[in-house]
Design a binder for this molecule. Sequence first.
Ligand code: UDP
Length: 328
Amino acid sequence: MATILVTGGAGYVGAHCCLALARAGHKVVVYDNFSNGHRQFVKWGPLVEGDIRDKARLVAAFAEYKPDAVLHCAALIEVGESVKHPDRFYDNNVTGALVLLDVMREAGVNAFVFSSTCATYGEPQRLPMDETHSQNPVSPYGWTKLMVERASRDMAAAYGLQFAHLRYFNAAGAAPEEGIGERHTPETHAIPLALFTLLGRREGFKIFGQDYETRDGTCLRDYVHVLDLADAHVRAVERLLAGGASLAANLGTGDGVTVRELLDAIARVTGKSVPATPAPRRDGDAPALVADNSLARRELAWTPMRGIDAIIADAWEWHERVEAGTFG
Ligand code: UDP
């Protein structure tokens, strides 16, 4: 059993990672400033309320809990916001990570598992994308994530740091029976927005773009269940703690789903049809993003278990519970 400090542990991916780490027998400590996290999501270990840019607070948390590894999920994540407010993103995501890495070094904590993203690749040059794909982000958000990858890679070369850069494709789904799921404000993601229409929280769903070069003209994405993501994080933490080598790994299923296929799946799973209307392309959307996940399968012995129907079933149950006020 190890002690893992999870920054952003009250957030969407962070909370599911806490659940998975606790199920695997580890002790988790949540470090979160609640800029986007939820207090109800902190249930698998103690909480330190703090900002990753607050060095004194981090030093105190490390002294109190003596973590063996850090899982760094805390970040601003909304791509459109990063275009409008890059200063906030560089400050929070890059400065914050550098402070955290500094504190880790001083405390002699060498295992760093980092929430990264396929947005570090930028425009896809080939599909599926493997980890050797060029990294040339098209948003400030993607750049902040790439800079932290770079900084931690250089620190690993200079001294004993070991890293796992986990590049998520489209995180989706929930653990409704555990009272955790996706709750962003504002919500911009396709699955929650489509489900909101079924709950009467939105008028209709806009399909952004119909003329992409995909099998039905709509954007294709690789949706990966957040519990499968969390499982990969546990494997990455355990690899580093066992002395395994640093790595960067894609976390996606390898299967693409178009927006129209997503809506079909929602109808299949919920028995309800989403009122959808064609809309213009959304700026910055790549036509298709699909992971080559063979490295994670090989190096982490990771197998994503849940397909699009399971993702939607869990997301639907979660949003229904939130709507009814019965989660948590
Ligand atoms: N999308 C859409 N309508 C929406 C939100 C998203 O058609 O209201 C599409 C979007 O263009 C993209 C896909 O759904 O192709 C997934 O979008 P999301 O924002 O969930 O994730 P992204 O891939 O942008 O990170």
